[in-house]
Design a protein around this ligand. Structure first.
Ligand code: SF4
Length: 465
């Protein structure tokens, strides 16, 4: 850690190797995988519904009853192929999807008598983990001579690139970070994607061939949309959201220098995902996490598992308005995280050396549909405050003259139903477009649909020419 790191004044999570091993154990798989026998038995609970509601609920249109039937027939490769045809990142989606509000919520077995839907996520994971293909299961069509630029090697960009490759197009992915994967590599809790799974999955995806990834390439820095368009037949933007929203309080940043003890949760999670020895991470004994989404939960749970004594998650509304699912909230509570609702940040409390000592919150309530302060306050002592109040565009990513012409929608890029932006030949998907659910599975679907649109548009143009 450099000296300017906002948490450099805090102690490390552990110094000894033994403690490091114990820490690692706390970051092992959240849900253990099914055994082959359990998978067969679970697959037999599926009713293979006609017009299956689980398919309707899957953002990536996976034919769920079909792959479950294939598992029940011990046809694991068939099941994996069914999943991957619709979702090439089906392995990581099986691990990170909030299935409890998607396919499993809609499963007809999810009723009072049985209390348990078919465990679709775990079955999907079983199929992908046990597939055993001779080579890559998808082939490239004959080379079309077309070359497409994909900006961002996150789930949207990778999914788009793979689908374009199946159509015989050549793809170059331009990625700012040293590793591909986007949020799967840098943003998801460590216990959800263990054992370098994100990179293994990308290696598998790239086996189709015809996809090159160039790192250290950032739109608005060393890349312009104009240059990309000049050199390629189409451009797909899978930029994600690069900047963390700020609290907007005084004391948040003194003359451009980060306040010691105050940090966006995404930055800490990023370090947590990349560090080889968890014991090296700075640990806040008492910490406050502000937010209500999965990032807030991931942050709070990971702090608790690293050994923090006191982790409090604070949200300005009630639990029912939290975007983290009930299942995620339960995970937080099971890890000893205290959830405080109806409180909004008012002031960062600093010690005499300018370091975070706690936070004062204004108590809130809803009045005629609006959130108002009650006049009461609440103070929480803390060595660190992590903000997880959402991500926005890194303002400079669309700063070149061509990119600045992209029609916005809210603070994101406007696209039509086929993921076409307002500029001909430029497509976009994943978290950078509106409307978005900010889910990996949604990004994969966007990438896939955009690739279909790119392919259709290029082929139509060729026929006209
Ligand atoms: Fe099977 Fe449930 Fe889907 Fe019906 S809704 S097909 S039971 S997984």
């Amino acid at each position: 850690m450099t000296h300017s790191h906002p948490l450099s004044h805090l102690p490390h999570a552990a110094d000894s190797r033994d403690a490091g091993a114990a820490l690692e154990a706390g970051f092992s798989d959240l849900h253990p995988p099914l055994t082959s026998r359990q998978a067969i038995i679970e697959s037999q609970r599926c009713l293979y519904c006609y017009d299956a509601p689980c398919i309707q609920a899957c953002p990536s249109d996976i034919d769920i009853p079909r792959f479950i039937r294939e598992i029940s027939e011990d046809n694991i490769n068939g099941a994996a192929q069914t999943i991957l045809e619709q979702n090439i990142l089906g392995g990581s989606c099986a691990r990170v999807c909030p299935t409890e509000i998607l396919c499993e919520q809609s499963c007809v077995r999810n009723h009072h008598e049985e209390c348990q839907p078919v465990l679709i996520g775990l079955l999907q994971r079983h199929a992908i983990d046990h597939m055993d293909f001779d080579g890559h299961p998808f082939t490239r069509a004959a080379d079309t001579g077309k070359h497409i630029a994909v900006v961002g090697a996150g789930p949207a960009g990778l999914s788009c690139a793979h689908r374009l490759a199946t159509h015989g197009h050549r793809v170059t992915i331009f990625e700012a970070e040293p590793k591909p994967g986007g949020l799967n590599e840098y943003g998801i809790a460590r216990y959800k994607l263990t054992d370098d799974y994100a990179q293994q999955e990308i290696d598998f995806l790239l086996e189709i061939g015809g996809i090159e990834i160039r790192h250290g390439q950032r739109l608005g820095d060393n890349l312009t949309l104009e240059a990309l368009q000049a050199e390629h037949d189409a451009v797909f933007l899978g930029l994600g959201l690069g900047a963390s929203r700020r609290l907007g309080l005084t004391g948040e940043e003194a003359s451009g220098v980060a306040t010691p003890g105050l940090m966006p949760a995404t930055e800490y999670i990023r370090e947590l995902r990349q560090v080889s020895d968890l014991g090296e991470l700075p640990l806040a004994r008492r910490c406050v996490v502000i937010g209500a989404g999965n990032t807030a939960i991931d942050m709070a749970v990971q702090m608790a598992r690293l050994g923090a004594d006191d982790v409090t998650l604070v949200y300005r509304r009630g639990v029912e308005a939290m975007s983290a699912t009930g299942h995620e909230q339960d995970i937080a509570r099971a890890n000893g995280v205290r959830i405080v609702t109806w409180a909004t940040p008012d002031e960062i409390l600093l010690d005499d050396q300018g370091r975070v000592a706690g936070m004062r919150f204004a108590r809130t309530q809803e009045q005629d549909g609006r959130l108002v302060n009650t006049g009461e306050t609440l103070e929480l002592a803390a060595d660190a405050v992590f903000t997880a109040i959402g991500q926005t565009f890194a303002a400079d990513s669309l700063s070149d003259t061509r990119a600045a012409r992209l029609e916005p929608e809210g603070d994101r890029i406007h696209v039509d139903g086929q993921l076409r932006t307002s500029l001909p030949g430029v497509y976009a998907g994943g978290d950078c477009v509106a409307p978005g659910q900010d889910l990996t599975v949604q990004a994969v679907q966007h990438g896939k649909l955009a690739a279909q649109a790119i392919h259709q548009d290029l082929m139509a143009r060729q026929e006209v020419a």
